[in-house]
Design a protein around this ligand. Structure first.
Ligand SMILES: C[S@@+](CC[C@H](N)C(=O)[O-])C[C@H]1O[C@@H](n2cnc3c(N)ncnc32)[C@H](O)[C@@H]1O
Length: 256
């Protein structure tokens, strides 16, 4: 039986409360095939950002996630690690959503080509329109339209904690495949470093309804060992805030 109007509105306000507490990075489906648009509706988010006089990225950081400056802090760390210093000519981003990392990446470098793989069509369209990026057909966890070894910087932020282990793993193989020798691979995952007992308690007690599947954990060593078999070595890692806790950003270099 479908939910009543009042039931639906109670549900929506419950979800909104949850988003305020834990960050918007919450997904509903088991593989997020509907995209973040389920929980980050394009029109409403853009309107709220406009009304707050903020860019959509800053609005998400400050108002929706309660972590002002979080996106910029990650970009600052990546800059300090020299990720943008080589002037990447081709960048590929998986799951850019609102484009909060994309926009800041484009302030750090001027690639000739910026490809995105994004399942939420309204956000993908907006990014194509606003930043002249190339939206690739996105199906499952594949980067098939992108040829081998041509991308200087491949990145994904706050994506792999919202998809299943297998989806993330499939993307890992693909990320290594498309990266050129000497190129960088940057992504964050919720590793054991982020899951100290206090953090687990917080997620378990404050997660609430809708947190059956999200956030998804990924063992750090699994990533390091897997990428090593793909010719990519871990160069650096650091923590980035996410909702009530954090994710760990891993920076790999593909051997030349
Ligand atoms: C939690 S959001 C993060 C968005 C953005 N990176 C950020 O940090 O603001 C996850 C994003 O990944 C996208 N996504 C989910 N599954 C995907 C998949 N299989 N392939 C590509 N994008 C996906 C969602 O639509 C959403 O935009």
């Amino acid at each position: 039986m479908g939910a009543t109007g009042r039931g639906r509105s109670v549900l929506r306000s419950g979800v909104k409360r949850l988003l305020g507490r834990a960050g918007f990075d919450i997904v509903r489906s088991t593989n997020n095939l509907g995209g973040v648009d389920d929980f980050l509706p394009f029109e409403a988010t853009m309107r709220a950002a406009r009304e707050a006089g903020l860019s959509v990225g800053d609005h998400i950081d400050e108002v929706m996630n309660g972590t002002p400056g979080a996106t910029q802090a990650t970009i600052d760390e990546l800059r300090a690690l020299g990720v943008f210093a080589a002037g990447p000519r081709t960048v590929l981003e998986i799951g850019p959503g609102s484009g909060r990392y994309l926009e800041k990446t484009l302030k750090e470098c001027s690639p000739d080509r910026y490809e995105i793989y994004e399942t939420a069509a309204p956000w993908a369209d907006y990014l194509v329109e606003s930043f002249s990026v190339v939206a690739q057909p996105t199906a499952g966890c594949s980067l098939a339209p992108t040829p081998d070894g041509g991308v200087d910087l491949v990145q994904a932020h706050k994506v792999f904690n919202t998809v299943t282990f297998l989806c993330a793993s499939r993307y890992f193989f693909e990320m290594a495949r498309v990266t050129r020798p000497g190129g960088r691979i940057v992504f964050d995952v919720m590793t054991e470093t982020c899951l100290r007992p206090a953090a687990v308690r917080t997620w378990a007690t404050q997660g609430g309804a809708g947190h059956d599947f999200y956030p998804a954990a990924m063992p750090r060593q699994t990533c390091v060992d897997l990428f090593a078999t793909l010719g990519c070595s871990l160069e650096a890692s650091f923590l980035a805030p996410m909702g009530v806790a954090s994710t760990e950003v891993l920076v790999f270099t593909k051997e030349a």
